[in-house]
Design a protein around this ligand. Sequence first.
Ligand SMILES: NC(=O)c1ccc[n+]([C@@H]2O[C@H](COP(=O)([O-])OP(=O)(O)OC[C@H]3O[C@@H](n4cnc5c(N)ncnc54)[C@H](O)[C@@H]3O)[C@@H](O)[C@H]2O)c1
Length: 311
Amino acid sequence: MRSYKNIAVIGAGLMGCGLAQAFAYCKDMKVMLQSRATPADEVFKRIDSNLKPLLDKGVFTQAEADEIKSRIHPINNMAEAVKDADFVIECVAEDMEIKQNLFRDLEALTSRECVYATNTSVMSPTEIAQKMTHKDRLVGAHFWNPPYLIPLVEVVKAAETSEEVMDYSMEIFRRIEKRPIRVNKDVPGFVANRLQHALWREAISIVERGIADAATVDEAIKSSFGMRLPQLSPMENSDMVGLDLTLQIHSYILKYIESSTEPSPLLKEKVAKGELGFKANGNGWQQWTPETMAASKKNLSEYLIKVIYGK
Ligand SMILES: NC(=O)c1ccc[n+]([C@@H]2O[C@H](COP(=O)([O-])OP(=O)(O)OC[C@H]3O[C@@H](n4cnc5c(N)ncnc54)[C@H](O)[C@@H]3O)[C@@H](O)[C@H]2O)c1
């Protein structure tokens, strides 16, 4: 019988700190956060700043926040961080060789029962497992930013992942009150990013063709199907309106929808000119001001807390 108690998170960057926090919400878990470069006080500064809006909205009391933090143990030494681990998840740089070498080395430092997960955004978990001896013990576990709020975890079955390790991984994420989904095949983009970028490709294409400007594209989504998506997503929606109607609509419209397998020329042009969005003084698809950029981030955080915690 596997245990769900000792968690090790490797890499204390944006995702690593957020993941340590998400696991520490569970009273029965102890989280070792392996940090190569970030000192413990920096880790807790980041976690405090993640927790602040949750405290402000009354999701947690200060005592609960302190308890969550008491379950997180930043540590520099890798062997110490993982020696008792039941489950290790890595959040290091998105670099194939770094991830492959990390899992190869972890096998020598962990128990024979330990389950391993990679939080890679886009790389193949099958390829990441290539230097391991026990490839059956690794899954993809794709969290979404901010991982201490967004419920989805895509649990990806790599070529050699065992069913038992898939089941265990699904259960560990249920225990931290996430909503894990099972992804049966290791494909680029897993499930959610394939869906998301199908929509982004069309959104950019609409702007590029001059059909509507960027703000209008976002408004069209926010005021229509975007509102009902959390309750009514495409497959359920198709069942509701009828597969016959879905077929009629697709028979007419698919030939007009963007199908390019290359990034949009307009996107390439804007990137080449340095029009990168918020990180370029707000110059992107739209021109943002410091105030509208701050409002965009605040509105997102408040919206997520409201839909997830009802506060
Ligand atoms: N940022 C996102 O929205 C997001 C979402 C889902 C998944 N991811 C994935 O999560 C991983 C981490 O992303 P991030 O945004 O937290 O990056 P980040 O740069 O904020 O953090 C990476 C951390 O890993 C550390 N690190 C790098 N190499 C290491 C090594 N060999 N051993 C130990 N630590 C090492 C770095 O010092 C840094 O603290 C990436 O694989 C990324 O693709 C990111």
